[in-house]
Design a protein around this ligand. Structure first.
Ligand SMILES: CC(C)(COP(=O)(O)OP(=O)(O)OC[C@H]1O[C@@H](n2cnc3c(N)ncnc32)[C@H](O)[C@@H]1OP(=O)(O)O)[C@@H](O)C(=O)NCCC(=O)NCCS
Length: 143
């Protein structure tokens, strides 16, 4: 059965309970309190992946000053939907957000260097990976 996944930007589209479930699958945020996650959503440019039933199966956010830089955080795809290319599309979707165009992008990862290398990030120091300043991502439909 074909599923049409939707990529959406904006905290108004985010489903807090489903994001809690997604973060429970990660090694870095599986003990994060709901209030903390809610506050992080309020303070970030948020992105989600949704299935045909509008269940959120992917999440990521960018912390940014909208002028010079953005930090990508909490990127996760539900374990039952990994390996379908959705994580790559989600990161491309984040990179191509007009609000982030031309800004310096970076993130921290230990476990997914290969995944982010494919997205144009290069290792800078032990934990951090950076994206060249001229940042033109792919275009996806934004609801
Ligand atoms: C990492 C994650 C977001 C990738 O999402 P995904 O939808 O499964 O990834 P994709 O299907 O788009 O994979 C794209 C490519 O990256 C590779 N890849 C996926 N996860 C990877 C990882 N953790 N490390 C290295 N490469 C990875 C895939 O093999 C694929 O390679 P290919 O293009 O040669 O086939 C997802 O697996 C996830 O949420 N994992 C748990 C949380 C996590 O570890 N996040 C990383 C932050 S440290």
């Amino acid at each position: 059965m074909e599923i049409n996944f939707k990529f959406k930007k904006g905290r108004e589209y985010m489903h807090l309970d489903e994001i809690m479930y997604l973060l429970s699958q990660t090694h870095w945020a599986n003990k994060r309190h709901k209030e903390t996650v809610e506050k992080s959503i309020e303070g970030s440019l948020c992105f989600g992946v949704f299935d045909d039933n509008d269940v959120q199966i992917g999440f990521g956010r960018a912390v940014t000053d909208y002028a010079t830089m953005f930090y990508i955080s909490d990127v996760v795809i539900d374990k039952d939907h990994q390996g379908l290319g959705l994580g790559s599309k989600l990161v491309s979707f984040i990179k191509s957000a007009p609000e982030l165009n031309g800004l310096w992008g970076f993130l921290g990862t230990t476990a997914a260097e290969g995944f982010y290398s494919k997205q144009g990030f290069t290792r800078s120091t032990g934990f951090f990976m950076t994206l060249p300043k001229t940042n033109q991502g792919d275009i996806f439909n934004v609801k």
